[in-house]
Design a protein around this ligand. Structure first.
Ligand code: SAH
Length: 258
């Protein structure tokens, strides 16, 4: 491992920004242009063992590269050590890339890294990647949704952080095309036992310059959907993770509704 001091973590010394970058399922042509640009500009790249050899071969010579994944040599780094190394890297370098297989926020611990880095005052951006479900299904010509054969998609983890398996207890629900039905969705979720204070987020024109992210509570979802229905194509995210949106930006609809 490179000689980076992880002990001193005073955010007054921070030089750089961390990009959490998704590398897609392996085929280098499934890297996004944005991911490729981030890789090319990186001073240091901390990557997982899922990153394919073809993508490794495309990394610039000038950058420092550290494999932090499970299958990278004899010494597996713990998650906390990876996070500390990210902070130390941001203290030393301007452009820090944390490269992950697939998408950083789908079973990639990107959320944990985001929280940790932000708690230490480090600027973070996230570049999504094609997640394994989308990439592998396309490669196998399996349509993950189909109007006749399947109208919902569940991405589940086959193991918990303790190494066993449990059916998911608090799944994140993402509704496409749901704005007009927000009242019905809310009623159904409440009758299914979700608490009315379950966080929700509504994202319109996501990733575009006119992106809007609005967050609130499940009970307010119909108001939120009505208020922003003219904004453009929108997704509704329901679940504890939606509270990340409230922390990161946005108006709290509760304040507006109160
Ligand atoms: N963040 C990643 C998933 C990380 S979990 C993503 O969004 O895809 C790692 C698991 O993803 C692997 O154990 C395997 O189940 C799946 N996976 C990732 N890349 C894959 C590939 N190219 N082919 C098949 N499965 C893959």
């Amino acid at each position: 491992m490179k000689n980076i001091d992880t002990k001193q973590q005073n955010n007054t010394t921070i030089k750089g920004k961390v990009l959490l970058v998704g590398a897609g399922p392996g085929d280098p042509e499934l890297l996004t242009l944005k991911a490729m640009r981030a890789i090319n500009e990186a001073d240091i790249i901390l990557y997982d063992s899922l990153i394919s050899d073809e993508i490794l071969a495309m990394m610039p010579q000038k950058s420092t590269k550290i494999c932090v994944g499970k299958r990278c040599g004899a010494h597996k780094m713990s998650q906390i050590d990876i996070q500390k190394l990210l902070i130390a890297s941001a203290q030393k370098y301007k452009h820090v890339v944390r490269l992950k297989g697939g998408d950083p926020f789908i079973f990639g611990r990107g959320g944990e890294e985001l929280e940790y880095l932000q708690a230490h005052g480090i600027d973070v951006d996230v570049i999504p990647g094609i997640t394994a479900a989308a990439g592998c299904a396309a490669a196998a010509k399996i349509p993950l949704t189909h109007r006749q054969y399947g109208n919902a998609l569940m991405l589940d983890s086959g193991h918990t952080q303790f190494g066993d398996f449990e059916p998911s207890q608090n799944p994140t629900r993402v509704f496409y095309m749901g704005l007009k039905q927000a009242g019905l969705i809310t009623a159904r979720l409440l009758s299914d036992g979700l608490h009315e204070s379950t966080p929700v987020a509504l994202i319109a024109n996501g990733t575009l310059p006119n992106q809007e992210v609005h967050s609130g509570l499940l009970i307010d979802l119909p108001i939120l959907a009505e208020r922003y229905s003219a904004s453009g194509p929108a997704l509704i995210i329901v679940g504890e993770v939606a509270s990340f949106a409230a922390q990161n930006q946005t108006q709290m609809i509760r304040q507006a509704v109160a």
